[in-house]
Design a protein around this ligand. Structure first.
Ligand code: FES
Length: 322
């Protein structure tokens, strides 16, 4: 996956106070919110595919893709999740126009690759949010692209109207009536040199991984919201914390972050999904099993840091800079 970070992982993030300038119901369960800098200065540009962290009243930061972010204003889209830990319910039920909240500087781990070939964009449900600005950018730049968007009822899906304005390159699929789209067939029919981009629910991303198994990795790009489930064969491992001299065991059912928090170790975190970088911790010895969406391939191989919210260990012991 080509990665382009507006802020690189591990760097302290800037935080901006922003005011909710407008809110709009995009579909039955998706609300878009327009955010402007509180001092009416432009916000830093967010390139297509970028996300920002939104700090909500409960103190936890949630990551949201920026649907539109190149004009100094951010538009985000928030789906009301039935199993919400409070973030989406707060946005839908309590956040109102005029409220001031904080957002972190944009990061982009799902940027458009720099290439001349065609781009095939595949979105499912709320996964359209990073792909809509990509489609707009490709269209504006005159680059060849197509987008397939699946939603339970595509005609009333969020941003369906904006997508239809982009013309015949957009293909809407209603999964309630037509079932899943055949990603293997889409990939097989793509022109040579096509770059593939996908964001959507876990089942779609798993099918995308399967469909692109034989494509060179540099042409396959995806963003997974929600940490991958721990592997069924996850084992236990030990954390040795050099600063405190403590040892913490991580069992198969618990995340590294939760084991640390349960042991009373103070660790920063926000998204718990391996996409914000807040929980990055230095690794002094041992080999992490990286499960985040942030570190580059080179950073993973160096094993110098890990995201403890989602990553585990390949070695029996990890020595952490904590
Ligand atoms: S808490 Fe966001 S990457 Fe770990």
């Amino acid at each position: 996956m080509q990665e382009q970070a507006e802020k690189s992982a591990g760097q302290a993030e800037s935080v901006f106070a922003v005011q909710v300038a407008a809110m709009r119901l995009e579909s039955q369960d998706v609300l878009s919110i327009e955010l402007r800098h509180i001092e009416d200065r432009g916000l830093p540009p967010a390139s297509p595919g970028a996300h920002v962290g939104v700090r909500l009243a409960d103190g936890v930061t949630r990551p949201y893709s920026v649907v539109s972010g190149e004009e100094g204003i951010y538009v985000l889209a928030v789906k009301r999740e039935t199993d919400s830990r409070g973030g989406s319910a707060y946005v839908h039920d309590r956040l109102r126009v005029g409220d001031v909240i904080q957002v972190t500087a944009p990061r982009n781990q799902f940027a458009l690759a720099d290439h001349d070939g065609p781009s095939l964009l595949i979105a499912g449900g709320i996964g359209i949010t990073p792909l809509l600005p990509m489609a707009r950018a490709l269209d504006r730049e005159g680059r060849p692209w197509r987008l397939h968007y699946t939603a339970s009822n595509a005609t009333v899906a969020p941003f369906a109207r904006e997508l239809q304005q982009l013309g015949k390159r957009v293909h809407l699929h209603s999964s309630a009536s037509a079932g899943r789209i055949d990603l293997s067939a889409l990939v097989a029919d793509a022109e040579p040199g096509t770059h593939f981009y996908c964001c959507g629910p876990a089942g779609m991303l798993d099918a995308f991984v399967e469909a692109t198994r034989d494509i060179e990795p540099a042409r396959v790009h995806m963003e997974r919201f929600g940490a991958a489930a721990p592997p069924p064969d996850a084992g236990s491992f030990e954390l040795r914390l050099v600063k405190s001299g403590r040892s913490v065991m991580v069992g198969p059912e618990v995340s590294t972050l939760d084991a640390l928090l349960q042991a009373g170790v103070n660790v920063d975190y926000s998204c718990r999904q391996g996409i914000c970088g807040s929980c990055e911790v230095g690794v002094l010895q041992g080999i992490p099993e990286h499960r985040d969406e942030i570190l580059t391939e080179a950073e993973r191989k160096s094993n110098k840091t890990m995201m403890v919210c989602c990553s585990r260990a390949c070695s029996p012991t990890l020595v952490l800079d904590l």
